[in-house]
Design a protein around this ligand. Structure first.
Ligand code: HEM
Length: 152
């Protein structure tokens, strides 16, 4: 049950960040200002209302699962989690809120794009760290085998 909760919450959180990231790149390169404003709004609501609880659930269920497991992979996942949370709460959430407010009032100035680039970089960092947590998680659960060299 706990494992299923962890898998569902963590994959949903990863899916949210990947969707925000890809849709931002698509709409910023091809969309009109109105579409950009619409997307910025959707990322805040309902986006953050889905992302934040699923991220908290992923972290909390992961911590509970790690009570009965030890080792390098669990240690690496534990070390990544504070960076993922801090990056999310201190960079991604404030950026998403600021960009939504500015886009809603038609403010697409230099600051909008500076904050947009910061958000994309922070998003890429979290995608990478969460991707590594998925890889190590799948190794821990035995769903992903390490490559074994042939002929040895
Ligand atoms: C957003 C961050 C995280 C993501 C994306 C993530 C992802 C995953 C995934 C995909 C699995 C495989 C589940 C399965 O195959 O059923 C897993 C397993 C696991 N995760 Fe996480 N995880 C995260 C955070 C954490 C944290 C903070 C810990 C604490 C150390 C943790 C500990 C574990 C453990 C111990 C397992 C193995 C469960 C088992 O099979 O016994 N995870 N994780």
């Amino acid at each position: 049950m706990l494992k299923r909760l962890h898998l569902t919450a963590s994959m949903l959180a990863l899916f949210c960040i990947a969707t925000f990231f890809l849709s931002t790149i698509l709409v910023e390169t091809m969309g009109a200002r109105q579409s950009i404003a619409q997307l910025k709004h959707l990322i805040v609501s309902p986006g953050l209302w889905v992302l934040i609880p699923t991220m908290v659930l992923a972290g909390a269920s992961g911590m509970l699962l790690s009570r009965s497991r030890q080792g390098r992979l669990v240690g690496a996942k534990k070390k990544r989690m504070p960076f993922i949370s801090a990056n999310g709460l201190l960079v991604l959430v404030p950026c998403a809120i600021a960009l939504n407010l500015w886009a809603a009032t038609g403010r697409f100035d230099m600051w909008f794009y500076i904050v947009q680039v910061i958000e994309l970089i922070a998003g890429a960092v979290n995608l990478t760290l969460m991707g590594l947590n998925v890889r190590d998680g799948l190794r821990l659960s035995g769903r992903l085998q390490r490559a074994i060299p042939h002929g040895r």
